[in-house]
Write a protein that binds this ligand. Structure first.
Ligand SMILES: [Zn+2]
Length: 334
């Protein structure tokens, strides 16, 4: 008998799969799970798959994938139409406050509609205030037997120890750019290759982010191209051309965030040149293609110097120095 297929629609994440499968096998799934990872890393999908798995009509059949994805319960939970999956979010507020947690408590003892369980997806759990965490703690300590909580967060260390001790932390896998590139190529066989490579490198290891960058990442992809060109000019040492390029960037003068983004990306690119010399992982350039030929002869010392100057320019822009002055100085000194 082969091993059972668990979470068929989730990419990678073998550790999470194994943890959950062994919990389920022993019939001791937790009352709460912390799903940790950056946005776009599949936390919502994982939560829905776990929820579906606990109610799947074929959960006792070892020959069926878990969840099966086709029974009524699976279709409702995975399709987002189950009224027993409740999402708690902070809306426009900066933190998730005690008010939102109070609404959880008010509905906690309302029994599930369809199946034997109901689920709370608490988004941005790392932004819960301490009062909110303490309020939630009471529910985590003695939840009704049918309730399963998912705490979706970017950084589990921001949760109180008392919460973490009641909810196992499941970390979403971060994928390497080369893996994301391949995944995107399969999903978008006709897409422009540069677009795929760029999205794979800007995704910070998250497949969902890569996917949305690929589909509608207009500005971000454009920033990447501008950073590439800036690095090419800087490395060529053509000061007047670099200055002309920087001044003519099609950005609004008040668009400081984007200017900083372009400078940050340029810094990543130059960092890659050093990384390649030392056998490290590339962050900006594609691992398959490596750094561009014109970057190969640049010394580590020159790279370090450019990184410092780019960082300085970023700081100046953050400190409200007029961007055109910063850019002129960067070109003149680089
Ligand atoms: Zn099912």
């Amino acid at each position: 008998m082969g091993e059972r297929i668990v979470f068929p629609s989730l990419c990678g994440n073998d550790r999470l799969r194994r943890l959950f499968a062994s919990d389920a096998q022993d019939g001791k799934t937790a009352h709460a799970y912390v799903l940790e990872g950056p946005p776009g890393s599949g936390r919502h999908l994982a939560a829905r798959l776990i929820a579906a798995a606990t109610l799947c009509e074929h959960r006792a059949d070892p020959d069926s994938p878990l969840p099966c994805g086709t029974c009524l319960s699976c279709r409702k939970i995975l399709g987002g139409s189950s009224v027993d999956v409740l999402t708690v979010s902070r809306g426009e507020r900066a933190t998730l406050g005690v008010g939102e947690i109070r609404t959880v408590k008010e509905t906690l003892y309302v029994t599930p509609n369809d199946g034997e369980r109901k689920f709370y997806l608490i988004e941005d759990a790392h932004l819960m205030t301490v009062q909110a965490q303490n309020a939630l703690l009471l529910s985590l300590e003695e939840p009704p037997p049918y309730v399963l909580f998912f705490l979706l967060c970017e950084d589990a260390s921001l949760l109180l120890e008392t919460i973490r001790s009641r909810a196992p932390v499941l970390r979403m896998e971060r994928f390497r750019p080369a893996f994301i590139e391949e995944w995107l190529e399969k999903k978008y066989p006709d897409a422009d290759r540069e677009r795929l490579v760029t999205a794979a490198h800007l995704a910070n290891g998250a497949l969902g982010t890569a996917d949305s960058l690929c589909r509608d990442g207009g500005d971000t992809l454009e920033d990447y191209r501008m950073a590439s060109e800036l690095v090419r000019l800087l490395l060529a040492g053509r000061r007047s051309e670099t200055a002309a390029y920087l001044i003519a960037l099609p950005l609004q003068p008040k668009d400081r965030m984007r200017m900083r983004q372009i400078l940050t990306l340029a810094r990543w690119a130059i960092r890659d040149i050093i990384a390649e010399k030392r056998g490290g992982t590339l962050l900006f350039y594609s691992e398959r293609d490596g750094i561009p030929p014109y970057a190969k002869k640049i010394s580590v010392r020159r790279c370090a110097d450019l990184i410092a100057k780019l960082a300085r320019a970023e700081e100046d822009i953050a400190a409200n120095v007029t961007p055109s002055l910063v850019m002129t100085a960067l070109a003149a000194n680089a």
